[in-house]
Structures are given as structure tokens and as C-alpha cells.
Design a protein around this ligand. Structure first.
Ligand code: ADP
Ligand code: MG
Length: 712
């Protein structure tokens, strides 16, 4: 699952070796200078080197983060070593990263690594890797530079790296500002106006400005990354779904991949960007990292600050006292929230299903609008639509009820949270043991740690609902794979130099294995026209599907002439959305045909009145009559000029006069050189046409009468 073809393992190994070398160096210098902090750094870096080494086979997506962290561990680690040795330039003193920085990076990169071992997360990574292993090229523009092309994954990786750095930088700025906060309030307490203004103008203003700028850049990058990723994944699934007639194979197979449209449109989006009430891969990676950084950084701050406070009422000092309080407080809050709200996940899921149901029935109404109007079925439709909406309504009420309870708790919790740290620190402040600035800094660090912990725990509980998105994408993938495998195993159609169409020892079955067609030998000569008749259900359409190469449950041999274009006209012609010209040339593209060609075909198919409306964008599938649609199919054959045309019941639902017109048009197509096979059970046509007739019954050829011999 982890191994991916485009993975470049050795690079990762080199990085991890560099981190290990750094760990050794830190340990040596630590031993020399007897600095215990350096030992912590050495251990953290060593552990991290070990994990990346072990994970050298890791996914391309995880590799991005591992690389960032390795580099950071080394860079910040060196800064720390320089500081430890006292060789960090004095002029840069106020720009030095906090001493804990490198340990912080190493610690949370180990955490990220641990998280990536969770099975759900691995599933997530597998889907993410589709994008990060792709070889496509993409276009991008970075202001003020011109447009350029590069590997799409390279562009995405660059965006992720910048986003991670921005997020970490923002955490860094927050930490810096928490010290500003301390100094500022101390200045206020001491009524030191000069210091107050100095802090405000020279510390707060520049950092706040940088923060705002990065927030805007972050927003733009995040949006570009998620939409590009979604575009790629959508293209990926659309191609896979349409390729090799897979979509058709999947409808035949049934199975667990319902609503492919929803999977491609919604689940892909939810996978990347989350939804209203969940997180997507973006939150699960970059947001997680930023929250983890915030958690770790402010935990250090809080830990240090805890030194100021003894246990209330005693003189006992517990290391990291306030950190533990925040941890317990956040856990209690999250556990209660979870207990009250755990049924919400199911309710949200249900809501989505009911909304989709409702939407689908509206769309269906639009599609069958004519039939419903003819039957005056509006009353019944109204009832059924409103019933479906009633289900949406009822579930929504259930959500409101649950959320009301939850709201009571979370609002109280939210009000209380900022007060808690003041409650703890107030006695020390009033006793004059700490200054106002320390008190407010403690409060803000407490708040940061508490909210990061809360995010972290909710995030974990949301994994369950995110899993449903993952499952839907994964099962979609599996259904595509199995449909493709079935089709590939059943490749009975081959091309041969001989100009005739020949079927040999062909057996076609249903998905459940029942045999429906059994043809020992059947051939059609070039330019021949033949009729295939037989009662409804005798297997004519299935035989045609096999000839078109889309019936996956086939054994035997179908040979078609090399290079010959085959066109199959189904019983209900397909009229795509768009202009009439597009419908006529389908599946060709309108640009590849001259205007005159299309018009001529339209006239030949006796659709002259429509020549003026060729460019009209209309719902032609509903505008044209049945006979007109069949004529569009014939015009289609005329412009596309297939060598073989197979028409399945072209006169199926038409009146005798129109049926004759259609048949005569088909005969004309045959006369310009196309081999023609028509399936029909219309005895009149069979009698009058006097062509070769192949009778099919229960899937077997029972009679085959050459041209001219047939007489009723
Ligand atoms: P014809 O075109 O001669 O009327 P078909 O080829 O459409 O006959 O159908 C032959 C038989 O196969 C019928 O009994 C039909 O019910 C069955 N059949 C066709 N397609 C499917 C399918 N996708 N799933 C199950 N049964 C099918
Ligand atoms: Mg049929």
C-alpha cells in the first residue's frame, strides 16, 4: 500500500541520514557543554531520523511532509547549536527562533508519522497519492512572472510546501506576539507610556502586517491547490469511468458502486475540501500540521510559564502544571461534546441522503415532464415530491434538537474557557507574585493549547464520517477495476484482414451466468444488407452489444474487417445535450465536418426543415419526435460513413408510414457502400424488403435465408 512506483527512496534515505548525523552532532555538543536541552534535541532528531528511515518506502504525499520536517529539524537544530555555543550573532538576537523550535519540529513530525500509520489515514494517503504520483503536466502563473508549464504534481508540491511554511510561520508569529502581549501589559501595569508605544509600533505593527499578508496568500494558495487537485481527481475518475465502456459494465454488474455521478461530483470534492460539517484531506494534512505546531509551541510556552505557579493553596510546583490543566479541561469538554453529539454524524449522513433523494426526484420529473403532463400525473408527483421533502424536514428537525442540546453545552464551555486561566493565575497576581503581562500571556497560551487540543480530538472523531467518503471513493475504484477486468477478459472482438463480419462459437450470458445467445457460425459479407429477426427477448440486442464490444459476458470469436468503422444505432437514439449539429455528427466533433456535409446529410435524412436550426442549442432529445430522432441517427450514419451499420429496431415505436421511410433511408445508406444489419420483428418490413433474413429464437439461429429466397 505504501510502495508507489514513482517513489525515489534513496533521496529520503539521504535526508534521514543527514538528520541522524545531526542528532549525533547535537549529542556530542550537548555532552561537551553539559546542556540537557541538547540531549532532548538529539533524542528527538534521532527518533525522527529512525522513523523516516523506516518509512523510506512511504507514499509520495507523506514524503512532502517528511522532507519539510527533516530540513527544518536540521536548520533549526543548527541555529540552536549556534545559540548553545554562544556564537549566534548578537545583532540577530531578537530574530533567533525560540530555543525549543527544533525539538518542536522533530516532536511533531514523529507525531505526524505515527498518525500516518492509522489504517483510515493510510486509505486517505492512497487516494492522495493518485495525484502526487501522476505524470501529467500543468500550467501555472505566479505573479509577477509569466505563465509556465511543469509537472502538475510539482506545482501542487510547491503549493503545499509554501502553505506548510506559511502555517508554521503564522504559529511562530503568534508565539512572538504572545511575548509582545506580556511586555505590553507589563508596560500598562507599570504605566510606562514610552514602552507601551514602542511595543505597539515596533513589535506589534510589523508582525501583524506580515500576519495579514500571509493570511491572504494562504487563502489564495489553498483555494488554488484544492480546486486544481479536485480538477485532476475529477478528470481521473471521469476518464476511468468512461474508458473501455466501464460505466456500462458497472451498470450491468450492479454491485455496490451506486450513484457514480455523486461520487465524482460530491465525494471527490468532500475528499479534498471537506464539507459543511467535516474535514477533507486539506484539513487532515496542512491544517493538522498547523494545529500541531500551535499545540506543541504553545505547550512549551505554557510549560515554561507553569514555573510561576504552585498548586493553589500549597507551595508544591508540578512541572507543566498549566499544560496538564489545559489537557484535562479540553479532554473533558470534548468527551462531553462527543457524548451529547455523537448521533449527529449519523443524522448528517442521513440528511445528505434525503437531500439527494429529493434532488434526484426533481431531476427525474424534469426528464419525464412530457409523459407526466400527458398522463396528468402532476397530483401524484406533487404528493411524492412533498413526501420526500417531508423526510428532509423531519431529519432536519432531529438535527436541530440534537444541536440545541449541544449548543447549550458548547456555549457554556466557550464562555468559561477564557476565564479558567485567569481563575488559576489571579491569586498569584493579587499576591504580587506575577505581573499583569505574565497573567495575560498565560491566559492566551492556555487558550491556544486548549483549542488546539479540542481541534485535535474533534478531528479524530470526524475521521469516522470522513471514512464514509473514503469508502465511497475506494469502492468506486474497486468497481471500476472489476468492470474493466471483466471487459478485458471478455475481449471476443478481433480485427482481421478478411472483409467480412464473422461470428464463431459465440456464447453470450447474463451477469448471473444464464446463457442467452449461442451462435455457432454466422457471417455477413461486405456491402450486404441483412435483417435479424426474432421475437422480443430472443437476444438480438445482446448480440449487437457483443459485436460492438461492450457485452462483458462473452466467450468465442467475433471478427471484424481491419480498419472498418462500425456504428451501432440503438433502438432509442441518443441525442446529446447541445446543438443539433453536434447531435448529428455525434460521436464526431462538429469542427471536423464541413457545414455542407452536415446539411446534406440532414436533407438526405429528410430533415430539411431543421437545416436552419443546426446551431440551436436545445433539449433536442425532447423536442424531436421519435421518427425525427431516428432520422437524426441516419443523418449521423451518413456523415460519419461507417463501413458497417447495425441498427437495432429502428422502427420500434413508429407508425407504418414513418417506418417505411426510415427503412428506405437505411437502404440508401447501404447503397452507398455500408454493410447493413437491421434487427426488427416487423414482419411487414421483412416481407417487403426481400433481403437476407436471419431468424433468432431463444438466442439461436434457427433459419438463415439468403436474399431473394425469402417469401412469406
Ligand atoms: P431482444 O433485443 O431480442 O428483444 P435482448 O437481447 O434485449 O433481446 O434480451 C435477451 C434476454 O436477455 C432477455 O430475456 C432480457 O431480459 C435479458 N437481458 C438483456 N440485458 C440484460 C441485463 N442487463 N440484465 C439482465 N437481463 C438482461
Ligand atoms: Mg432488443
Amino acid at each position: 500500500m505504501w510502495a508507489t512506483p514513482s517513489f525515489k527512496g534513496p533521496k529520503m534515505r539521504k535526508l534521514s541520514a543527514a538528520v541522524a548525523a545531526f542528532a549525533v552532532l547535537a549529542a556530542l555538543i550537548g555532552a561537551h557543554s553539559k546542556d540537557p536541552d541538547l540531549f532532548v534535541l538529539a533524542v528527538a532528531a534521532g527518533l525522527y531520523a529512525y522513523t523516516t528511515w523506516r518509512g523510506a518506502e512511504m507514499s509520495s504525499f507523506m514524503k512532502i511532509f517528511a522532507t519539510i520536517f527533516s530540513t527544518e529539524t536540521i536548520v533549526f537544530g543548527f541555529v540552536r547549536l549556534l545559540q548553545g555555543e554562544g556564537v549566534w550573532p548578537q545583532t540577530l538576537a531578537s530574530y533567533a527562533p525560540p530555543e525549543s523550535m527544533s525539538v518542536t519540529v522533530a516532536v511533531f513530525s514523529i507525531m505526524v508519522y505515527a498518525i500516518s500509520r492509522i489504517p483510515v489515514v493510510q486509505e486517505m494517503i492512497r487516494i492522495a497519492d493518485l495525484y502526487f504520483n501522476a505524470d501529467d503536466r500543468g500550467e501555472a502563473r505566479v505573479w509577477p512572472f509569466p505563465r509556465f508549464t511543469a509537472h502538475e504534481r510539482g506545482i501542487a508540491i510547491a503549493m503545499i510546501v509554501v502553505l506548510v511554511l506559511i502555517n508554521q510561520g503564522q504559529v511562530g508569529i503568534s508565539v512572538r506576539l504572545s511575548f509582545f502581549n506580556r511586555d505590553w501589559f507589563n508596560a500598562i501595569q507599570e504605566k510606562n507610556a514610552a514602552e507601551f508605544w514602542r511595543q505597539l509600533l515596533y513589535v506589534f505593527t510589523p508582525w501583524a502586517f506580515i500576519y495579514v499578508t500571509t493570511a491572504v496568500v494562504e487563502y489564495v494558495l489553498k483555494s488554488m491547490l484544492t480546486i486544481r487537485w479536485r480538477r485532476w481527481l475529477t478528470e481521473h475518475y471521469v476518464r476511468r469511468w468512461l474508458g473501455a465502456h466501464t460505466h456500462y459494465g458497472m451498470t450491468l454488474a450492479g454491485g455496490d458502486a451506486d450513484n457514480p455521478d455523486q461520487r465524482i461530483a460530491e465525494d471527490v470534492n468532500r475528499f479534498i475540501d471537506g464539507g459543511e460539517e467535516g474535514y477533507g484531506i486539506y484539513s487532515y494534512s496542512i491544517l493538522l500540521i498547523s494545529t500541531l505546531s500551535s499545540l506543541v509551541s504553545f505547550s512549551f510556552v505554557l510549560w515554561e510559564l507553569s514555573g510561576n505557579y504552585a498548586l493553589p493553596g500549597t507551595s508544591i510546583y508540578i512541572p507543566g502544571f498549566l499544560f496538564w490543566v489545559a489537557l484535562i479541561y479540553a479532554s473533558l469538554g470534548t468527551i462531553v461534546t462527543h457524548l451529547i453529539g455523537r448521533s449527529l454524524t449519523r443524522l448528517f449522513f442521513e440528511q445528505q441522503k434525503r437531500e439527494a433523494d429529493f434532488r434526484f426526484s426533481l431531476a427525474r420529473l424534469r426528464e419525464y415532464s412530457e409523459q407526466i403532463a400527458l398522463l396528468s400525473g402532476e397530483h401524484e408527483e406533487e404528493g411524492s415530491l412533498l413526501r420526500r421533502f417531508q423526510r428532509v424536514f423531519a431529519n432536519y428537525l432531529a438535527i436541530v434538537r440534537k444541536r440545541k442540546e449541544l449548543m447549550g453545552f458548547t456555549a457554556a464551555y466557550g464562555q468559561l474557557s477564557p476565564i479558567i486561566p485567569y481563575l488559576i493565575t489571579a491569586p498569584f497576581y493579587f499576591a504580587g507574585k506575577i505581573q499583569l503581562g505574565v497573567m495575560t500571556q498565560t491566559a492566551s497560551a492556555f487558550g491556544r493549547v486548549e483549542s488546539a487540543l479540542t481541534f485535535f480530538i474533534t478531528y479524530y472523531t470526524f475521521l469516522a464520517s470522513f471514512k464514509s467518503v473514503l469508502d465511497r471513493l475506494t469502492s468506486f475504484d474497486r468497481a471500476i477495476d472489476s468492470a474493466q477486468a471483466t471487459i478485458q477478459n471478455a475481449q471476443v472482438v478481433s480485427r482481421a484482414a478478411s472483409p467480412e463480419i464473422s461470428l464463431r462459437n459465440l456464447t453470450l450470458s447474463l451477469p448471473d451466468g444464464r446463457r442467452i445467445v449461442q451462435v455457432d457460425a454466422l457471417a455477413f459479407e461486405p456491402r450486404q444488407s441483412a435483417l435479424l429477426t426474432g421475437p422480443s427477448g430472443s437476444g438480438k440486442s445482446t448480440l449487437f452489444r457483443a459485436v460492438a464490444g461492450i457485452w462483458p459476458h462473452a466467450v468465442g470469436n467475433i471478427r471484424l474487417p481491419e480498419g472498418a468503422r462500425l456504428m451501432l444505432a440503438p433502438q432509442r437514439p441518443y441525442i446529446p445535450m447541445g446543438t443539433l449539429a453536434q447531435a448529428v455528427v455525434y460521436p464526431g466533433e462538429a469542427e471536423h465536418f464541413s457545414r455542407a456535409e452536415i446539411e446534406e446529410a440532414l436533407r438526405a435524412a429528410r430533415l430539411a426543415p431543421f437545416v436552419e436550426r443546426l446551431d440551436e442549442d436545445n433539449n433536442w432529445g425532447q423536442r424531436l419526435s421519435g421518427g425525427e430522432q431516428q432520422r437524426v441517427a441516419i443523418a449521423r450514419a451518413l456523415v460519419n460513413r461507417p463501413r458497417i451499420l447495425v441498427a437495432d429496431e429502428p422502427t420500434g415505436n413508429l407508425d407504418p408510414v414513418t417506418s417505411w421511410e426510415i427503412i428506405k433511408l437505411l437502404v440508401r445508406v447501404n447503397e452507398i457502400g455500408t454493410t447493413l444489419v437491421i434487427a426488427t420483428h416487423n414482419a411487414e418490413i421483412v416481407n417487403a424488403l426481400r433481403r437476407r433474413v436471419v431468424h433468432l429464437d431463444h438466442g439461436r439461429v434457427v433459419r438463415d435465408e439468403p436474399e431473394g429466397q425469402y417469401a412469406a
